[in-house]
Design a protein around this ligand. Structure first.
Ligand code: HEM
Length: 513
């Protein structure tokens, strides 16, 4: 029997298949970028089909690309954006930001950039989610209590003394790259506090420890590609299945893990106690060994992962902050003089020691650090992942399904003249508490809500010790190599000055004469 249809013209099937393919391709190319339009949300322009703004993002410094939509829609509370093909809601309204970070935290308790928590080095606060994160956060929070920070203060001043000695080799007025030097100080501090090691990178810049740390933060194009890829669920799945970890430099991980094990072993053998993060986390680990019913024991992987993340989160961000503060003080002579007068007065009262109590009395210096973090927040944006469907407050039924992502544009908020008049000017007095002028939800250098930076107080204390000691000894000045304004490195995921920060220093006494 003949089954062919007498009414179908030749090639009809091929034509239909071709049309369906074109329609599917069109759908694949454009449909993700209609996500917000379909929901009645104002959205940013998308450059290309298929890839959206991925290419543009790749070529743009992160403090600009993570703010797209903020300036273009001054009257919107939130704006639809796309992180490659993934819809991401950028939120602009400070009240909404407060809701997302604090009030509605139970719907938005995770960040977006996550590795498999069972991978080596991944059992850390920055990466963990849900109940496991909560459990660890509760355990680690006391590690940063006032008492514990006081206990670590002498390690900061020891590293500060080494830095001051080293600065004498630079104080003849020749230009030097500030971040390189300050990074050595912050690396010594965090190696001492998180790993219990005296590595002295100030005098030994080629130490293995420093090389390992730099390997992670060096801005490279490959690093930027990997950073983008790690957010793609498909890539994450593939790396989970194949166990090929594109995102972690396993050699570096092993280096840090070995350093910790050696120190713990050494302390055990010699019955040594040192009041640092490592000691406190080791105590947590020993305690949890005795509790077999604990669903989230603080085990060896947790100890190594968190020490590693304290190191990562701690040294680069704090070094960058101190370096920016030096830059701003060099450009703003009056502010530097005011800070110097305060530091001198307080140190005199405290016998010349930048002790814990002395640092608490340096109110203007604290304002200098806060204003530096406003102008140059090392982390230019915050991310939150929706963990339970979330109806955006103040809308009639805009519900973000679980898995959606939210971007909070820290840098743009910090530079919005509505909240910070003359935002490009360095005015530490904005942070004078008696002014009470900072609107909630607009100043977020350390994030906000339950997931706020756990090391914020430690970082501020470290920056204050370092700056107080520097300002007391040296006058900081700009030079012909100082870039004004600064450029930023487009390859970095932090706000990093391109080409570094070049300044000069002179001993205070010499500078005065
Ligand atoms: C100036 C220096 C620093 C800056 C600007 C900074 C900034 C931040 C920011 C923006 C976050 C994300 C917060 C959020 O999502 O709401 C964060 C998280 C975190 N930071 Fe820092 N940080 C600094 C120093 C440190 C130091 C010194 C440590 C540790 C010793 C540290 C450890 C962490 C950890 C563990 C998290 C994850 C917290 C959690 O999810 O529970 N940070 N930091």
């Amino acid at each position: 029997m003949d089954t062919s249809s007498p009414i179908l013209p030749p090639y009809a099937v091929e034509c239909v298949l071709g049309l369906v393919s074109v329609a599917l391709l069109y759908y694949f190319a454009y449909s993700p970028f209609n996500y917000w339009k379909k929901r009645g949300v104002a959205q940013i322009d998308v450059q290309y089909p298929f890839i959206g703004n991925a290419l543009k993002t790749f070529l743009t410094p992160i403090h600009i690309s993570r703010q797209w939509g903020y300036k273009e829609f001054p009257n919107e509370r939130f704006v639809g954006t796309y992180d490659n093909r993934k819809p991401t809601l950028l939120i602009r309204d400070p009240d909404l930001i407060e809701s997302v970070l604090i009030k509605d935290f139970s719907h938005l308790s995770d960040r977006t950039n996550r590795d498999d928590p069972n991978a080596k080095m991944a059992k850390n606060l920055l990466n963990l989610t849900g109940d496991q994160w909560k459990h660890y956060r509760n355990k680690l929070t006391p590690t940063f209590s006032t008492g514990k920070l006081k206990g670590m203060h002498s390690q900061l001043t020891d590293c500060g003394n080494s830095l001051i000695k080293f600065m004498k080799s630079l104080d003849d007025g020749r230009p030097f790259e500030v971040r390189d030097v300050i990074q050595r100080f912050t690396m010594d501090v965090i190696a001492s506090c998180a790993f219990g090691l005296n590595i002295d990178t100030i005098n030994d810049p080629d130490s293995e420890f420093r090389k390992a740390g730099q390997a992670i933060f060096k801005p490279t194009l490959w690093g930027k590609i990997v950073f983008g890829l790690r957010l793609r669920p498909l890539i994450r799945k593939i790396t989970q299945i194949t166990k090929f970890n594109l995102f972690q430099n396993s050699k570096v991980g092993q280096f840090f893990s070995d350093a910790i094990d050696t120190t713990i072993e050494h302390r055990k053998k010699n019955n040594l106690t040192r009041h640092d993060f490592l000691h406190l986390m080791n105590e947590l680990m020993e305690k949890d060994k005795a509790d077999p019913n604990n669903p989230f024991p603080f085990d060896h992987n947790a100890l190594v992962s968190n020490a590693f993340v304290f190191f990562l989160a701690g040294f680069e961000t704090t070094a960058t902050t101190v370096s920016y503060a030096m830059y701003l003080l060099a450009l703003n002579e009056d502010a530097q003089e005011k800070a110097y007068q305060e530091v001198s007065r307080v140190l005199k009262k405290h016998g010349g020691e930048a002790s814990f109590n002395a640092i608490q009395e340096m109110e203007y210096l604290e304002q200098v650090i806060s204003e530096t973090l406003r102008i140059y927040p090392p982390a230019v944006a915050l991310s939150r992942a929706v963990t339970k469907p979330y109806e955006v407050p103040g809308t009639s039924g805009l519900v973000l399904p679980a898995g959606s992502t939210i971007n909070i544009p820290t840098y743009a908020l910090h530079h919005d003249p509505q909240y910070f008049p003359e935002p490009e000017k360095f005015i530490p007095e904005r942070f004078d508490e008696s002014n009470n002028s900072i609107r909630k939800g607009t100043y977020l250098p350390f994030g906000g809500g339950p997931r706020i930076c756990i090391g914020a107080r430690f970082a501020k204390m470290e920056a204050a010790v370092c700056l107080a000691m520097l300002i007391q000894n040296d006058h900081i000045a700009k030079c012909s190599q100082t870039k004004i304004p600064l450029d930023f490195d487009q390859r970095s995921f932090l706000l990093v000055p391109k080409g570094g920060i070049w300044l000069t220093v002179r001993p205070r006494a010499a500078a005065a004469s």
